[in-house]
Design a protein. Structure first.
Length: 179
């Protein structure tokens, strides 16, 4: 008798887990993306060198005040971020998903199991000319929690503002180094 009750519960739990896993995967379009960009006063190589010098982030970066870990695909990165969506600095970890030197890197963040709250945070550099480059800085959101959290517009605006503060600080850092 107990087995007859337990089997449907296990099957429903497995189905729910599989649904969450699917909706957290990159095979599904993000629920939303927060995208920013800025033209930087340095070429791609110099912009990349500052953007990936995580040890220096505390001296100039108002959004990501700490980033630690080996800068290699598959490695765990830990970081502290400041965003108006959170009363205190937020300590998180993510896995580095791609590193294409002088072009692009991203990390994948996850809260709990895949499909609950999944993000892909991307930094992409594109050459503008020999002396400038363009940074595309964006984050994709997937999963159950981002779908049901209230006040998405306000939370997205706060995150966009935090990205833009970082972008402006990077701009100023490159300008100061180039002077």
């Amino acid at each position: 008798m107990k087995l007859k009750l337990l089997l449907p519960i296990i099957l429903v739990a497995a189905l729910l887990f599989e649904i969450l896993h699917f909706f957290g995967s990159a095979r599904v379009a993000p629920l939303y993306t927060i995208h920013t960009s800025i033209v930087l006063p340095a070429n791609v190589r110099d912009s990349w060198n500052v953007l990936t010098d995580f040890a220096e982030y505390p001296t100039w970066n108002p959004y990501l005040t700490r980033v630690e870990g080996r800068f290699s695909v598959g490695e765990k990165m830990s970081f502290t971020l400041l965003d108006e969506n959170f009363a205190d600095p937020l300590d998180l970890s993510a896995t580095l998903g791609e590193v294409s030197p002088s072009k692009r890197f991203f990390w994948i963040g996850r809260v709990g199991i895949q499909g609950l709250f999944d993000t892909k945070h991307v930094f992409e550099l594109v050459p503008s000319d020999e002396e400038t480059s363009e940074l595309h800085h964006y984050e994709e959101f997937r999963g159950l929690i981002p779908a049901i959290l209230p006040d998405r517009a306000r939370r997205s605006a706060n995150t966009r503002a935090a990205f833009e503060r970082m972008n402006q600080a990077l701009y100023q850092r490159l300008k100061d180094i180039g002077s």
